[in-house]
Write a new protein. Sequence first.
Length: 270
Amino acid sequence: MPELPEVETIARGLRATILGKTISSATVSLKKMAVAPPGLVFQEAVLGERITAISRRGKYAVLELRSGRALVISLRMTGRLVVQQAGDPPYPYTYVELTMTDKSRLAFADVRQFGRVRLVERGEAWDSALGVEPFSGAFTPERFIAMLSGRTTPIKAFLLDQRRIAGVGNIYACEALWEAGIRPGTPAGRLTKPAIRRLHHALVNVLERAIDMRGSSVDDYVDAEGLKGGFQNVLSVYGRAGGKCPRCRGEIVRTVIAQRGTWWCSKCQK
């Protein structure tokens, strides 16, 4: 499932290719994947809209439109956003397609059909349930310490809670916990302040490095050009059960926390 680094990479790719362009037509071949406000037809509502800004919020890509509305795109598990040029063959499993006036196309493809493109009204608080952004000035070590105080939930599960920290998923939670030397099942409120500060630094560092390498293509993720990322080639623990820890040569094990596979070093993650 695309996480913060993957969606950020996609958003940057879209800014380089379709920012400022105007939508001339929209095709929706699976109705549930394109959602519009009550009383509006998605295909009609986006016609003539110019894309004025492209950003990311948590795991969502956001295309702001000239009218003040926005397209909020959730890739879920297998969604892809790929820009195509005039003459390119249809992208496989495309269910929503926006064609621009220059004939370039934005294809939203999803083999499992869990993703959504949602048209939201100006000022709609669609992200009110999302937590703090890891790169924002609001996510300080001190705030992180306060967030974890008294929490009994395992720290891995806490990191995955989008209501707390927006954008962190399974890959980067595992990698940040390994980098900080923290066992994933540790109750969040039992972490010491030095450990929390290490984890804060590790989380931001891992996310930044993953963006630099254009994300992790461990399953279906590709960027806006249809290309794979590179961070999967340097993962320390995620998906490496039975291998050796690159730090201490201990065994990497896989357990399940909050119904998610969790990889960690049995020796150096205390």
